[in-house]
Design a protein around this ligand. Structure first.
Ligand code: FAD
Length: 278
C-alpha cells in the first residue's frame, strides 16, 4: 500500500490505478484514457475480503464481483448485494471486476453505487495522510468523478445492514449482459409492528451520477407499506430522477420505468423483510 501511495504521489495525474481492468482497459483501448503509468493494485495484500465486524458488513476494495455473488455471508445478511453483483455483465467480467473499481469508476450506469447509497454505506479511503471515511452519497460527485483525491485509494466499504432487513436490486436491461437502462436498489427495515423505520433507495443510470431518492425514502418512513404509499414513493423516485435519452430509451420512457421498477423493488424488499422476520 505504501508503494502504491508513493507511486500515486510521484506520478500524480499521469498514473491510473488498475484493479480488475474491466472499465479502465476498454477506455484505454478506445483511447479515451491514456495514462502514462498504471499502478497495479493486485499484489497489495489484505484488500480482498467479505466479513462481519461489529455488526457491519465490510468488504475489501479488491473483492471481485464473483466473490460477492458467491458469499454466503452476503446471501444471508445482504441479499440485495448478491442480487446486484449477479446481474453485472457476464461471468468473465465478474471474475475480474472489483467492487472498488466499480465504485471508483463512478459510471452512473454501474450498478454497485445504487446499492451503496441505498444502504448508506461508508467508504474508507487511504492517502498519504492516513485513512478517512466518506459517506456513499457524498462520494459520487458527477459522471466519472468522485470525492477521491488524486493521491488516494479506496480501500474498504462498510455497510450497516441486518439479516432482517428486506432488500432488492431490480434492473431493467435490453438483453442479458447489457448495461442498465434503469436500476433500483432498495433497503427496508421494519419495527415489530410492521412500520418502516429505515429505508434507502438508490437509482442507477437515470442521472449524471447515482441518485439517492430521498423524497421517496421519506414518504415510506413510518408507513406499513400500503399500496398507495408504495405508489406515491415510486412516483417521487421518478420525479427525483433526471435521465437522458439514449439507445436504451427516451428520457420519458426511463422516467416512467423508474416508477415501475421502484414499485417492483419495494414490493420485493417488503416481502423479503417479512420472510426474514418470521
Ligand atoms: P478498473 O477497470 O481496474 O478501474 C476502473 C476505475 O477505477 C479506474 O479509473 C481505476 O483507476 C479506478 N480504481 C480501481 N480500483 C480503485 C481503488 N481501489 N481506488 C481508487 N480507484 C480505483 N458494470 C456494472 O456495474 N454493470 C454492468 O452491467 C456492467 N457491464 C459491463 C459489461 C462489460 C462487457 C464490461 C467490460 C464492463 C461492464 N461493467 C458493468 C463495468 C465493470 O464491471 C465495472 O466498472 C468494473 O467492475 C470496474 O472494476 P475493475 O476492478 O475492473 O476496475
Amino acid at each position: 500500500m505504501q508503494e502504491a501511495l508513493s507511486l500515486l504521489g510521484r506520478y500524480r495525474g499521469d498514473a491510473k490505478l488498475l484493479a480488475g481492468g474491466q472499465s479502465l482497459i476498454p477506455l484505454m483501448k478506445l483511447r479515451i484514457a491514456s495514462p502514462s503509468h498504471l499502478i497495479d493494485l493486485h499484489r497489495i495484500p489484505g484488500l480482498d475480503y467479505v466479513k462481519k465486524v461489529d455488526g457491519r458488513i465490510v468488504l475489501g476494495a479488491l473483492t471481485r464481483m464473483s466473490a460477492i455473488e458467491e458469499s454466503v455471508l452476503l446471501k444471508n445478511d445482504c441479499f440485495m448485494l448478491t442480487e446486484c453483483a449477479s446481474q453485472i455483465a457476464d461471468p468473465l467480467v465478474r471474475n475480474m471486476g472489483t467492487i472498488g473499481g466499480n465504485l471508483a469508476h463512478a459510471d452512473p450506469a454501474n450498478d454497485m453505487p445504487a446499492a451503496m447509497v441505498a444502504t448508506d454505506a461508508e467508504f474508507l479511503v487511504t492517502g498519504p495522510k492516513g485513512v478517512r471515511a466518506i459517506a456513499a452519497p457524498e462520494f459520487f460527485l458527477d459522471t466519472f468523478t468522485t470525492a477521491l483525491a488524486e493521491d488516494e485509494i479506496l480501500t474498504e466499504i462498510r455497510m450497516s445492514v441486518s439479516p432482517s432487513d428486506g432488500g432488492a436490486y431490480v434492473k431493467l436491461e435490453r438483453q442479458a449482459g447489457d448495461l442498465t437502462a434503469v436500476g433500483v436498489a432498495v433497503r427496508l427495515r421494519f419495527s415489530e409492528g410492521g412500520q418502516c423505520e429505515a429505508c434507502g433507495i438508490g437509482l442507477t443510470a437515470v442521472g449524471p451520477r447515482v441518485i439517492k431518492a430521498r423524497r421517496a425514502e421519506e414518504a415510506l418512513l413510518g408507513s406499513k407499506m400500503e399500496s398507495a404509499v408504495i405508489e406515491e414513493a415510486s412516483r417521487l423516485a421518478s420525479e427525483e430522477s433526471s435521465p437522458g435519452g439514449d439507445l436504451r430509451g427516451s428520457a420519458a420512457y426511463k422516467r416512467e420505468m423508474v416508477k415501475v421498477v421502484t414499485k417492483r423493488a419495494l414490493a420485493l424488499g417488503h416481502k423479503r423483510a417479512r420472510v426474514a422476520r418470521r
